[in-house]
Design a binder for this molecule. Structure first.
Ligand code: PAF
Length: 293
């Protein structure tokens, strides 16, 4: 790694050509690029990605684009939180050297004729409850990878299916990108940080950590020896059911070779929140008979 470039100010780009040329220039000077794709309304989860990229790469490029392709018709595209001024200073303070904030017209100058379609490793979950969402993510991430060029790209583990999709893009479409997954950042009461937490009223904010408590209940259930995914899932959904203001979308426990993965999604007021937790297999050896039911 070269000594970190010290920019007096973070460079802001709004055009694909300008952003691409800037990063090409950095690579020509032998610098490595860390890419942090976001939709803005940056919180400490995003900033942990920027900080990690700043440690591991010579130059950090953060992108902010509220991608319409990944929102369903009844979802929150219009009211998705936007705070460019706050994001600019937060990204710069966390160590970002470039901020790419394209308009919708810049990213999609015409009705796209090419889309990326993915089959996810996890059936159901987000793929089933938000049809088209992961394809929209895959399409915009493909564009961001294409215009950034060789880089390390940083994504949060909270969006586990998104991470799997991005990994699949890199493997299947041979992008010169190393995907780096980073741990979920939580509030002290366990609530995973999310830009959508901004929608929560005080009462809803009080209720929302039930998602994390449900994951913890699933983990405790596995650690106590339970091996039936249906039972573990039920423990999680029952826990969410203890908060009347929280509307469950799904709670599922899925066994894997190395770890079980617990997933939960719920509506809290107008906010649709998701969370996930990995439980190592050594804490929860899988009984293949019950797990396969
Ligand atoms: O996780 C997000 O913020 C978005 O899904 C991403 C990866 C920036 C694509 O729009």
């Amino acid at each position: 790694m070269l000594p970190r470039t010290t920019f007096e100010f973070m460079e802001l780009h709004g055009t694909v050509d300008g952003f691409r040329a800037a990063l090409d220039g950095e690579r020509c000077s032998g610098r490595t690029i860390g890419l942090v794709p976001t939709m803005g309304a940056l919180h400490d989860g995003h900033l942990s990605l920027v900080r990690r990229a700043a440690k591991e790469c010579d130059v950090v490029a953060t992108t902010i684009f509220v991608n319409p392709l990944q929102f369903g018709p009844d979802e929150d595209l219009e009211r998705y939180p936007r705070d460019l001024e706050g994001d600019r200073s937060a990204a710069e303070a966390a160590g970002s050297d470039y901020l790419f904030v394209p308009s919708e017209r810049e990213m999609y100058p015409r009705e796209p004729k090419a889309h990326v379609t993915v089959t996810t490793t996890e059936d159901g979950l987000e793929a089933a409850s938000r049809p088209g969402h992961l394809d929209g993510v895959a399409t915009v991430v493909t564009k961001l990878f294409a215009l950034t060029g060789p880089c390390r790209a940083y994504f949060g583990e909270k969006d586990h299916e998104q991470l799997e999709v991005v990994r699949a893009l890199v493997t299947d479409l041979s992008f010169p990108v190393e995907v780096v997954s980073c741990p979920t950042v939580r509030a002290p009461d366990g609530l995973a940080l999310s830009s959508r937490n901004a929608y929560l009223t005080a009462d809803e904010r009080h209720a929302a950590p039930v998602l994390y408590r449900a994951l913890e209940a699933g983990q405790a259930c596995l650690e106590s020896g339970e091996r039936d995914p249906t039972v573990v899932s039920r423990v999680m959904s029952d826990l969410v059911g203890t908060e009347p203001s929280v509307r469950l979308v799904y709670a599922e426990a899925r066994p894997g070779d190395v770890e079980w993965r617990l997933f939960v999604a719920a509506h809290v007021g107008v906010a649709r929140l998701i969370d996930t937790l990995a439980v190592p297999v050594c804490a929860a050896p899988v009984d293949t008979v019950t797990a396969g039911r």
